[in-house]
Design a protein around this ligand. Structure first.
Ligand code: GLA
Length: 394
């Protein structure tokens, strides 16, 4: 199948009978490490995928937005009166939410015709929604005359606001930051409080390593409610401990002793130790010791399973089977309750690990997993008119 960035031109032309004025594409992401730390104002280390969501657009005179989605096989219209949280629902809420967030922040995005195509798997925990938000954000900013095509830390903040306040999902800023600020060949070390970034070299090929992504295809069970509950528990624990956010806990044993219940102690232990693991991972990557991050990935998974309790059997079986088959480390990535496991494997061992996971799934009666090898890619970028090259940072 052709890439989303190629298909989006014909999707737009077929829908509207003329060419688009501009096209932007934003990637899905995996998180290398730093899970459930973003909304605790801590540290994350995601990287962008090659799989992208492309948005083609052209301005229209009236404040009306028409959006054609190839994957939903649907066209949705909304006007200025729909630019109130909750008025547009389903996939188009991510589009309307961005237009709303831009207007709320003082931009003046014109009415527009848009077409959306995507290669980012939906419902796999690879942030297809952030990819859509960030591609729409870039197109609408350019149509509003507000950008010279350079994403800034304000971009993820605007996209996150669309998702938090318009769509109603209380996510942190990691996914939108990865979709906008990532650089090819690097992981994005992000301080979620200050939004300071460092592009950390993530040299897989040179180290004869590969990052295998295992989509467990486990349905997201209770993901929304459980996610919000984790966030609430963390915020309550920070209040009890008298710190602005769990990122500020500096003495873990003292914090654990001060918390009144076992659940809070587990959640805090995960967040504090996970921030430490992010820093240790960054330290190893900075000095080119890529293979040595494996145990940190596995320790992250154990913490998410035992303390944060966001794994499901499919995630645990995939991580365990990958390690038994020789992976240097493996962990769930994203919010949990389904989605993907990432496994750091030797380049020569990719098929052995993928086969072992498939066998373990069959033995447990799970649906067959899907696997692919990920390469750290660039964040959102304008797609040039010759359609074959993605321009922009990274
Ligand atoms: C989801 C959210 C992110 C982050 C992760 C967990 O992907 O969208 O903001 O909280 O879960 O690390």
């Amino acid at each position: 199948m052709t890439q989303s960035t190629d298909r989006v031109y014909s999707a737009f032309t077929e829908a509207y009978g003329h060419s688009p004025a501009l096209v932007w594409a934003a990637p899905g992401r995996v998180n290398l490490i730093g899970e459930h730390t973003d909304y605790n104002e801590g540290f994350v280390l995601p990287f962008a995928l090659a799989q992208r969501t492309a948005v083609a657009a052209a301005a229209v005179e009236r404040p009306e937005w028409t959006v054609r989605s190839e994957s939903a096989n649907e066209t949705v219209n909304f006007g200025a009166d729909h630019l109130r949280p909750g008025r547009v629902t389903g996939w188009a809420a991510y589009v309307a939410g961005v237009v709303w967030a831009l207007r709320d922040a003082g931009f003046d995005p014109p009415g527009a015709r848009l077409a959306v195509t995507s290669d980012v798997p939906v419902g796999a925990g690879l942030s297809s929604s952030a990819a859509l938000e960030c591609a729409v954000l870039a197109t609408m900013l350019e149509l509003a005359g507000a950008t010279d095509a350079v994403p800034t830390p304000r971009w993820p903040a605007l996209a996150q606001r669309a998702e938090n306040a318009y769509v109603g999902v209380p996510c942190g800023i990691m996914d939108q930051a990865a979709a906008t600020l990532s650089r090819s060949g690097h992981a994005l070390f992000l301080d979620c409080r200050t939004l300071a970034t460092e592009h950390v070299p993530f040299a897989l090929t040179e180290a004869r390593l590969a990052m295998l992504i295992i989509n467990t295809r486990a349905p997201h069970r209770h993901a929304g409610g459980e996610y919000a509950a984790r966030r609430t528990t963390c915020e309550a624990a920070a209040r009890i401990l008298g710190v602005p956010a769990l990122r500020d806990v500096s003495d873990l044993p003292a914090a654990l002793a001060a918390l009144p219940d076992q659940v809070s102690r587990q959640r805090v232990r995960h967040v504090v130790t996970e921030d430490e693991r992010v820093h240790r991972t960054v330290g190893l990557l900075r000095s080119g010791r890529t293979a040595e991050i494996g145990p940190l990935l596995s320790a992250s998974h154990a913490s998410l399973r035992d303390d944060y309790e966001v794994t499901v059997p499919e995630l645990d079986v995939a991580a365990d089977a990958a390690e038994r088959a020789g992976a240097l480390g493996a962990r769930m990535t994203g919010g949990g309750f389904g989605g993907c496991v990432i496994a750091l494997v030797s380049a020569a061992g990719v098929s052995d690990v993928a086969d072992a996971v498939a066998k373990a799934f069959a033995a447990r009666g799970f649906a067959a997993p899907a696997t692919f090898v990920a390469r750290p890619a660039a964040g959102v970028a304008r797609v040039t008119a010759n359609r074959s090259r993605v321009a922009g940072p990274g």
